[in-house]
Design a protein around this ligand. Structure first.
Ligand code: GAR
Length: 196
């Protein structure tokens, strides 16, 4: 008798360094049910490609034009049997064709407590600088579903960290990254398990 167990294939979208992508790949290494099948970028010189090569995960670049005006990305994801998409430092707006093809199957991590510090231009260090400038006493992470507006999809999970007056924006970034590494893979796992 055969018991068929479905493997869920995940694509990570990343535009820059890819430290979250690396952390997620390492977390799921050897997992029997969940496979990080692909890393997709919109930047061919992004450091995430170096990480992918070292980790032994395929990575590919599509241009802004590919994302925005063609089905090239969608076709490639279908070809690779991708079930779920994780945005980890991906800076383009996710186009309509992907949102329609992956309902409630695209999530993003944002390095602040949404709805604060969200929207166009609010990414990476820009966010931490804004938190510092506002003199906020806390920051954190938000993991949310992706819809057609930047940072506005339904919130799945948030976690806070404290910010002190002496923290530089780099210190805030470090605290936020620590939360990201700790929680993002665990939340991905819990969501993806529902697809098995
Ligand atoms: C992460 O902190 C992520 O939350 C943020 O970009 C960083 C990417 O770091 N995403 C956004 O700002 C999206 N608006 P990484 O490339 O080292 O994973």
């Amino acid at each position: 008798m055969y018991i068929y167990i479905k493997m869920v294939n995940i694509a990570i979208f990343a535009s820059g360094s890819g430290s979250n992508a690396e952390n997620i790949v390492n977390y799921f290494r050897g997992n029997r049910d969940i496979n990080i099948a692909l890393i997709v970028s919109n930047k061919k010189d992004a450091f995430v490609h170096e990480r992918a090569k070292k980790l032994g995960v395929e990575s590919i670049t599509f241009s802004k034009n590919d994302f925005e005006t063609t089905d090239n990305v969608l076709d490639y994801l279908s070809q690779k049997n991708i079930d779920f998409i994780v945005l980890a430092g991906f800076l383009l707006k996710v186009p309509h064709n992907l949102i329609e093809a992956y309902p409630n199957r695209i999530i993003n991590i944002h390095p602040a407590l949404l709805p604060k510090y969200g929207g166009k231009g609010m990414y990476g260090d820009n966010v931490h600088k804004a938190v510092k400038e506002a003199g906020d006493k806390e920051s954190g992470i938000t993991i949310h579903y992706v819809n057609e507006n930047y940072d506005e999809g339904q919130i799945i999970f948030q976690e806070k960290c404290s910010v002190s007056i002496s923290d530089t924006y780099e210190d805030i970034a470090k605290k936020v990254h620590t939360l990201e590494y700790m929680h993002f893979p665990v939340i991905i796992e819990s969501l993806v398990k529902e697809l098995l």
